[in-house]
Ligand binder design. Structure first.
Ligand SMILES: NC(=O)c1ccc[n+]([C@@H]2O[C@H](COP(=O)([O-])OP(=O)(O)OC[C@H]3O[C@@H](n4cnc5c(N)ncnc54)[C@H](OP(=O)(O)O)[C@@H]3O)[C@@H](O)[C@H]2O)c1
Length: 280
């Protein structure tokens, strides 16, 4: 299969390139090649790619940045998806795209399923939802994967930030009123390959198994790093004073993936332990 990965230098994009590159003919493009916000750029590059599948891992992912630059977030996360979807449709190419747990408002009392009502509470979530809407309107050959709380070797993420701050200050305060599922980009890339190779279409939720708060996630990071001496305290999100509100509960049910592929994702603690064993 010939695959083109957009945003191939990003955290997830890099692991998609590595995973799919083992068995498929994979090429990557990123912002310096063309901006997905440019319709003509998308048409030209995607049209000439000869790809069977385009995977769009390019996005404006800074959640607080989106809050203060909603127009910019819509430009990439909504209009960019529209451009990519139109170019794929014109060339008869399947489109795989990623969205987020932040399309939900976080008030549900159990894991969100694929057809639950979306009602984002921040600009990032609104822009990603608009992208989803364009995708459904334009494409009849797409795979939309919603995921959450990503970390991986090739991007700034919570795990690295906790380790860095713990080593520098020996003291942490971490929010304990947001619950979700941390997800290792290596595991996500492998699961996405399974969906692509199985020819699946439509919406899927994909995260590592199990749930925690950011505080509980941080405790595990310190444990795996042997940093039991670090002082850590739970705090409320409001105390952080970030520009973007976050949903209190954004756990995604991965049952559809399990029922469809007869596979399950690993527990987040196991994935984290493996990831941290490879950290310097
Ligand atoms: N990170 C998470 O916790 C998380 C959670 C849920 C869902 N997701 C979704 O998962 C996907 C991958 O996320 P990620 O964390 O791997 O993202 P990332 O590390 O920020 O990578 C995104 C890549 O896209 C590039 N890019 C940005 N704007 C672009 C544009 N206009 N045209 C072309 N390329 C552009 C970025 O370049 P620059 O770095 O130069 O900007 C970067 O290389 C995204 O759709 C994201 O919304 C992420």
């Amino acid at each position: 299969m010939k695959v083109l990965v957009l945003g191939h230098k990003g955290m997830l994009g890099t692991d998609l390139m590595a995973d799919l590159g083992r068995t498929h003919d994979v090429a990557g493009k990123d912002i310096e090649d063309f901006d997905i916000a440019s319709a003509s750029g998308c048409r030209g590059e995607i049209g000439q790619s000869g790809a069977d599948v385009v995977i769009n891992a390019a996005a404006y992912t800074n959640v607080d940045g989106c809050e203060t630059d909603e127009a910019g977030s819509l430009c990439v996360n909504a209009d960019g998806v529209k451009n990519v979807a139109l170019a794929c449709r014109e060339s008869g190419i399947k489109l795989v795209h990623f969205s987020t747990d932040y399309v939900f408002d976080g008030t549900k009392k159990g894991p969100y399923v694929e057809d639950d009502v979306c009602s984002p509470i921040n600009a990032y979530g609104r822009s990603k939802l608009k992208g989803e809407e364009y995708l459904r309107e334009i494409s009849d050959n797409y795979l939309l994967v919603r995921t959450s709380w990503l970390y991986g070797k090739h991007g700034r993420n919570f795990v690295g930030a906790i380790v860095e701050r713990a080593e520098r200050t020996g003291k942490l305060e971490v929010v304990d009123d947001q619950t979700g599922s941390p997800t290792y980009t290596v595991d996500l890339a492998a699961a996405v390959r399974v969906l692509i190779e199985g020819g699946h279409r439509g919406v899927f939720h994909l995260t590592n198994r199990g749930v925690c708060t950011w505080y509980q996630f941080a405790l595990k990071i310190l444990e795996y790093r042997d940093m039991g001496n670090v002082s850590i305290a739970p705090i409320k999100s409001a105390q952080l004073g970030r520009s973007a509100p976050r949903p209190e509960y954004s756990v995604l049910s991965c049952r559809k993936f399990a029922d469809t592929t007869h596979r399950t994702m690993r527990f987040w603690q196991i994935a984290l332990e493996e990831y941290m064993a490879g950290m310097s």
